[in-house]
Design a protein around this ligand. Structure first.
Ligand SMILES: Cc1cc2nc3c(=O)[nH]c(=O)nc-3n(C[C@H](O)[C@H](O)[C@H](O)COP(=O)(O)O)c2cc1C
Length: 217
């Protein structure tokens, strides 16, 4: 079989980006509400988004620069600490995408997009009203990477989940069939989650047993 070889130290940042967003797919999208030091709320999507640890429940987003400055989300989180990560699902894509526009720092994306909010319980940043899943998070750590172009890995602890009641499965899980999450692919492409299948893991998973209790299969 023929393969194309790309060495990361021989390609520019655009080609690195194209290969990463094409290889690491589909990516979940963190739709992040944060607040600046003057109380102006901010909303933006991030698909460089992952679980860091399940206990403590830590999640990461990776936020790039714009005009040599941290984007508002990273600046806000490092300044005010509390933020909310929403899961993007069918029906919310257009507003999610619109919230990625280059709004000025003192512009309120919620107001610009006509998105209603509700107050969060534990952090200052508001939640999007009626969003199916929201996680109130507390900033833990930020790590900077890069020279010409800086990227900030932002890690936060989930303090509280808000899961729409009808999404609960067996009172324990979030039902992916009813959640209908949206994923980001390479370029301007996205995917829906309408073809779900099951496969049992060949080991005891942390939702069933503790990984350190010596349970083996
Ligand atoms: C689906 C999607 C995913 C995105 N993922 C990222 C990302 O992981 N990191 C990033 O820096 N920008 C990402 N962006 C671009 C930001 O959302 C955009 O730059 C936004 O204006 C940042 O807003 P802020 O300055 O209010 O934080 C993404 C945009 C879209 C539409």
């Amino acid at each position: 079989m023929d393969y194309r070889i790309f060495n990361s130290d021989e390609i520019d940042h655009q080609q690195c980006y194209r290969l990463l967003i094409g290889s690491i797919v589909p990516r979940p999208i963190a739709w992040v509400s944060s607040m600046d030091e003057n109380g102006v709320p901010n909303l933006a999507p991030f698909s460089f988004f992952s679980i860091v640890s399940h206990y403590p429940p830590l999640v990461s987003i990776t936020v790039g620069e714009r005009e040599k400055e941290k984007k508002d989300t990273a600046a806000n989180i490092s300044t005010t600490g509390g933020y909310v990560v929403h899961t993007v699902t069918d029906g919310w894509e257009q507003q999610m995408n619109a919230s990625a526009a280059n709004f000025a720092r003192d512009q309120n994306e919620f107001a610009e997009l006509g998105l209603e909010t509700v107050p969060s319980d534990l952090v200052d940043a508001p939640r999007i009203k009626d969003c199916p899943v929201a996680m109130e998070c507390q900033f833990e750590q930020m790590q900077e990477f890069g020279d010409d172009w800086k990227t900030y890995l932002v890690i936060g602890k989930v303090l509280r989940w808000h899961v729409r009641e009808d999404l609960m499965l067996d009172d324990k899980y979030i039902n992916p069939h009813t959640l209908q999450p949206v994923g980001r692919l390479g370029g301007p492409r996205y995917c829906r989650t309408h073809d779900i299948y099951e496969m049992q893991a060949p080991y005891i998973q942390p939702d069933v047993g503790h990984p350190n209790t010596g349970e083996r299969n």
